[in-house]
Design a protein around this ligand. Structure first.
Ligand SMILES: [Zn+2]
Length: 339
């Protein structure tokens, strides 16, 4: 019996190994299916997540700007050229967010490759917001459209249409995924509206370090009382600091917000002297958790940001916490991370 088993194993095992090896070899020799996948490169992680939601496993997707670094000043490194050189499609925010990356892309991508600038196709010039950190005389509008879920919906639609144009074979998958994702974004939008009602009206004001929230504020009736970071990413003048301290004291703003990407002793000082709380947890292009985890997504980032913000301003985040953040078609994107 035992002998028979051993003999069987001697016969079956090598045969099995042989077939496995053959299978693998074949896979690497002629990856027919894999080769046909579109190579798509994105810039910041929230955009990577939006594309991941629409595309699922139908494309190969790399987010080129590592999470947790300053996307506004990101300079690609030589190894990024290789990624761009094989890309069929580059999806960027546009509105001047990724100037060095797009320049490098223009010089290194295939002639027939496509570039989709989502922000430029989402709002008209009339709707551009210029403000303290993005003054009109510098010529670059505030690019942070994606923090307004209504604009994220438009991004998803633009991504869907472009993927269908370049890869019509997977049209039905892109349509089904984007429909599911848009439904989730609507749920998020409703949860935000519901949550905002729980914040005392006088507290619906934002002072942040990094100036990411004006398009969000426009949709949900928040007032931006200021952003601290000047347009050259230096520190604000003592006069500006004093003005902000006076304002948050006078208006009794309960909390002011910084981000982990831009640690700000100045905002901390403003909060202290203005008798407000300083919270350094907002993020505009870094997703919470790790790739593969449900909250590592655009919706996860919004839930985390807005829960922090709304609770600090005296509201409740219960409605937001009910929204499921997981990517609708699975986690397939290659997110690069700062280490
Ligand atoms: Zn930003």
């Amino acid at each position: 019996m035992i002998l028979a088993n051993i003999i069987t194993w001697f016969i079956i095992l090598p045969a099995a190994l042989f077939f496995t090896a053959c299978g693998r070899q074949e896979e690497t020799a002629s990856p027919v299916k894999a080769e046909k996948k579109l190579n798509v490169v994105t810039t910041v992680a929230p955009i990577t997540s939006i594309v991941e939601n629409v595309a699922g496993d139908k494309i190969r997707l790399i987010g080129i700007i590592p999470e947790g670094i300053n996307s506004h000043t990101f300079e690609p490194v030589p190894s990024d050229v290789k990624i761009l050189a094989v890309a069929d499609l580059l999806i960027a925010n546009g509105l001047d967010l990724e100037i060095p990356a797009l320049k490098l892309a223009g010089a290194n991508m295939k002639k027939e490759a496509a570039v989709l600038r989502l922000g430029d196709k989402t709002i008209t010039e009339k709707e551009y917001i210029y403000d303290f950190s993005f003054p009109k005389d510098r010529g670059h509008p505030n690019p942070h459209l994606w923090l307004n879920p209504e604009h994220a919906m438009r991004y998803a639609t633009l991504v869907r249409d472009e993927l269908i144009r370049l890869d019509p074979e997977n049209k039905s998958a892109y349509e089904a995924n984007s429909a599911a994702f848009l439904k989730k974004l609507e749920t998020l939008d409703q949860a935000i509206q519901e949550s905002i009602k729980t914040i005392p009206e006088g507290n619906r004001r934002l002072l942040t370090y990094h100036d990411s929230w004006p398009y969000f504020a426009r949709r949900y009736g928040f007032q931006i009382i200021g952003a601290v970071q000047p347009s050259d990413f230096s520190d604000p003048s003592p006069k500006e600091v004093k003005r902000l301290i006076d304002q948050i004291r006078k208006e009794k703003i309960p909390a002011v917000f910084g981000s982990e990407v831009f640690p700000s002793p100045v905002l901390e000082q403003i909060a202290r002297e203005g008798k407000s709380r300083y919270i350094d947890k907002l993020r505009d292009d870094e997703l919470p958790g790790k790739p593969g985890e449900a909250q590592h997504s655009y919706i996860g980032m919004m839930i985390e940001n807005l829960s922090t913000m709304f609770e600090a301003l005296g509201g409740s985040a219960d409605a937001l916490r009910k929204v499921d953040p997981a990517p609708v078609a699975g986690a397939y994107a290659d997110y690069r991370r700062k280490d």
